[in-house]
Design a binder for this molecule. Structure first.
Ligand SMILES: C[S@@+](CC[C@H](N)C(=O)[O-])C[C@H]1O[C@@H](n2cnc3c(N)ncnc32)[C@H](O)[C@@H]1O
Length: 257
């Protein structure tokens, strides 16, 4: 089964497509949207790389935590249909505006559903998808809204993981066999301890009938922040015996047939 539009007879010509597991980006690609009103969007290169490798033009992509709609904007650029689910109405409306502003050269369908991706009814009228992308809150690192259903308001790690797993289960019901689920997640550091959210979530996906294909470590070099602040982090790291927290994971899974 072919799951992308790449012609392997020309494999040497696909310079844009990354095949290494370490993704280092010098800075945000400013062609995506980045608004000071919202923190927590991923860089457009992530959904772009994933769609180029694991979908064909005209196929359908589901983003269960749509945020500002980065996936949907890239989907329009690449000619993929895409649906995003976003619990926060303000965020969803901002996303709709941004997506609307983007040209639609391939005449694809995009839509943001305002809803809770842990709830079965949210998926009721959805079609089948050829790729699912999941970029949840990294538990409570950034509080996205006051909504109780928002995963960033989970009171305990277990509650966060149960809700996350529910999203994996429900979205996988709409994913074709042999197709990819892409998880974008970071870890958390709390009270002197590294909390490996990425690996807990990875286990949840694998328990739900998925095979792990790759773990990519992604970093943006510009995030060193203000020099003074970085010096302080470095001092603390040296003093307290840990490493400065920077990378995130992009994990690729395939739905077992
Ligand atoms: C890490 S951000 C995703 C950002 C997105 N990838 C982008 O580039 O803009 C997580 C998003 O999930 C939303 N969210 C949290 N819990 C949710 C839920 N249960 N159902 C749907 N969306 C939820 C938050 O409001 C937030 O916008």
């Amino acid at each position: 089964m072919k799951i992308n539009d790449l012609d392997l007879r020309n494999w040497k010509n696909y310079d844009e497509i990354i095949t290494d597991s370490l993704w280092l980006f010098p800075s945000r690609d400013n062609s995506g949207m980045h608004t000071p009103k919202y923190h927590g969007n991923f860089i457009p290169q992530i959904p772009r790389q994933a769609m180029l490798r694991f979908t064909k033009r005209g196929e359908w992509v589901l983003d269960t935590f749509a945020g500002l709609g980065t996936t949907l904007i890239e989907a329009k650029r690449l000619g993929r249909n895409a649906i995003g689910i976003e619990i926060d109405e303000n965020t969803a409306n901002m996303a709709r505006e941004l997506i609307e502003q983007e040209e639609n050269p391939y005449n694809v369908y995009t839509d943001i559903i305002i809803g809770d991706s842990t709830k079965e009814e949210t998926y009721e009228d959805l079609p089948n998808f050829q790729m699912v992308i999941i970029h949840p809150p990294y538990w409570d690192i950034i509080k996205f809204s006051k909504n109780n259903g928002d995963l960033s308001n989970s009171k305990t790690l277990n509650e966060f993981l149960e809700r996350f797993e529910r999203v994996v289960y429900l979205s996988s019901q709409h994913l074709d066999e042999g197709r990819y689920l892409v998880l974008v997640i970071g870890d958390k550091y709390s009270k002197g301890e590294w909390v490996p959210l990425g690996f807990y979530c990875m286990n949840s996906v694998m328990k739900n009938g998925f095979k792990l294909k790759s773990i990519v470590v992604k970093n943006i070099e510009e995030n060193r922040g203000k020099r003074g602040q970085y010096a302080l982090w470095r001092y603390r790291a040296l003093k307290d015996g840990y490493y400065i927290f920077k990378h995130e994971y992009v994990m690729f899974f395939v739905k077992d047939s």
